[in-house]
Design a protein around this ligand. Sequence first.
Ligand code: KG4
Ligand code: ZN
Length: 342
Amino acid sequence: MKILGIETSCDETASSVVEFNKNQIKILSNIISSSMDFHAKTGGIIPEVAAREQLKYIIQVVNEALTKSNCQPENIDAIAVTVGPGLIGSLLVGVETAKTLSYVWNKPVIPVNHLFGHIYANFIGKEQKDILFPSLALIISGGHTDLVLMQKKGDLQWISGTRDDAAGEAFDKIGRLLGLPYPAGPIIEKLAAKGDPKKFKLPRPLIHEDTLDFSFSGLKTAVLRIIQRIEKNDKTLDERTICDLARATQDAIIDVLINKTFKAIKQYPVQSLIFGGGVSANETLKASFQNELLSKSPAINFFTPEKVLCTDNAAMICAAAAIYNNPTSWENIEANPELYFD
Ligand code: KG4
Ligand code: ZN
């Protein structure tokens, strides 16, 4: 079965062709065009700008996905599309494109929850039996931080999420305070490697509380206070201080993620831990989890998607579509910006 995927929930316009057989999900093409450069200048995503950019590139991106996979529309069995959650203007571009192609090509649409896509990115290129169940998924993206229990493929149970900012959002907002372009996560990771871990200590919100919920907005306020203190003393943020604050930010976010995930592992006896979402591209975070697993739960297998599949892409949308395989008539497909774990 071959699936053409479309993903436009935020600032990436992505399309992919994926081949799915009983045991494997294989990528034939994976095209991603991003309007990140626009947002880098403004320090964050402007939804209107994101949607306009999506419109400009969507046809080109879909065409390229077909060409690179050596597929014609008649070779495609279904069109998978992200229907939510995300920015409504951006989502509509992908959803309306999928519906139009479905009508013209006479192929069904498979509606996909973007968050499920981040989870199933882990199944791409692996033998389906590799990931043992039950599995705990940690979704860490720009918009979400969620712990999800997977009893088996297609059976997801939401456990907890963030009460305010998501992990990626914390990286991005703190990056903005530090004068870094959007998305700040990968830049903070680089700067943190040069930072002094003892220079600044940021709070670890909710880690002593008996909850699996996350909270990250306090980190941003704490960094703002430090910057205000520095500026009050007539000093400007020099490069070394930016690296130290980047280090403190990354350390705090990693500590909180580890604390909550291992609390969840105590409550839910899982056989594997999987990551999904842009923040899972962070090598320091992965290494910290790996170490923690080795010392606390060595029997648990750990999986993260390949780097390009951590951030938004359409191959992960195809992967989720292949697993749920619920072909739907285009008339019944609608964008839903508030879609969550139902
Ligand atoms: O999954 P994603 O591409 O989009 C959403 O669904 O939100 O995640 C984007 C987020 C951004 O907040 C970005 O700063 C963060 O992932 N990110 C990182 C890294 N790479 C991307 N955060 C920390 N370290 C990274 N290396
Ligand atoms: Zn995402």
